[in-house]
Design a protein around this ligand. Sequence first.
Ligand SMILES: [Zn+2]
Length: 409
Amino acid sequence: MPARGDLTIEGRVLAPSARNAGDCRRATIRIAAGVIAEVAPPRGGDMVFGDDCLIAPGFIDLHAHCREDPSGTQTHKEDFASAGAAAIAGGVVALADMPNNPEPPSTPERYAAKRRLADRAPVDVVLFGLAETAPFRDDIPYKLFLSERPACSEAELAELFRAFAGTWLAVHAEDPAVLAERRGAATHEERRPREAEIAAVAKLLAALRAEPRLHLHICHVSAGECVPMLRAAKREGLPVSAEACLHHLVFDAETFPPALRAYRNVNPPLRTKADREALLEALREGVIDALATDHAPHTPAEKERGASGFPGLDAYGAFAAGLLGPLAPARFLDATSGFAAGFMRRFTGETFGAIAPGAVGSLVVLAPRPSGVRKQSYTTKCGWSPYAGCTFPGEVRTTIVRGVPAYRR
Ligand SMILES: [Zn+2]
């Protein structure tokens, strides 16, 4: 559990009502015991930032793999402390941790044991429970790895949704039937084709139409074809949301660094420039609700053996800062913290994602100076980043977690 501090901070505050970043007013934010007590006209503070900087609610990542569980068998690559440090370097003040551990949180006992480990993180952490056949507690979010299950029909998915009625269910959407057909293909990309994701999203939305009593969240959308399906489902009023991940917005199969070619496996795979553009447009429109990392801190040796996924927490803020402009302030705030704040409220009871009295005093300060993820500055334990060598248009100047300055550049 992060410590709670007292702090006053003055600078320009990024407000959802601003037409653009230049339109934001200065204020002094007073945080007492980790909670915002007052937002007042500027009168100085413990930290004062120039007009080039913007203060925003700290970022929230709905999708990270911190790798630590009671077995302790994967802490060579990451643990809650090191993932939390990487989050802070990326301006992320709260994250949701995924349940695909060697000892998965799939029973009340295992979930509680993992919870005790997560409480050591320097940021706020919500733990997903592993969705198997039925919920084991009613106050936690669940993650369904559809790609890891036996092939199933829309009717079987609807039956599963009935069992999970009332929950918040995030899904890794690749259809196991399509993956099974392509098992023998030559490359990772051919074994995990876009058709697998498109078929899965279509089936999930059809099942949700039949059984709409849960909240369905589609993880890491990568194929542009999913965007019109999600738009239509939202227009119908179905309880569905979606996220896009950093790596699917930054890279496509052509632009991934050639020197890291052996490390390029990720599920779903990197797609095309047209997909990247469709995802950014969907994020701008709000069809895709949130920007997430799918932080997957495998070591270089594991990557060389084919492990899928990239570390992303360190890079979140530098990339996100560049979305201000392409995304209007209100959409930027929603994509980086506002949408996820609804999730945090539901599972912690606290107000994140707002700069207002009563909200958690976790903030990020962004500066317009170009920045990158430097090798010497990785805080993830896995020791590499696909973003090393990328230059982003902004940087995280400071991250404040519950009133305590946790990172300064
Ligand atoms: Zn993941």
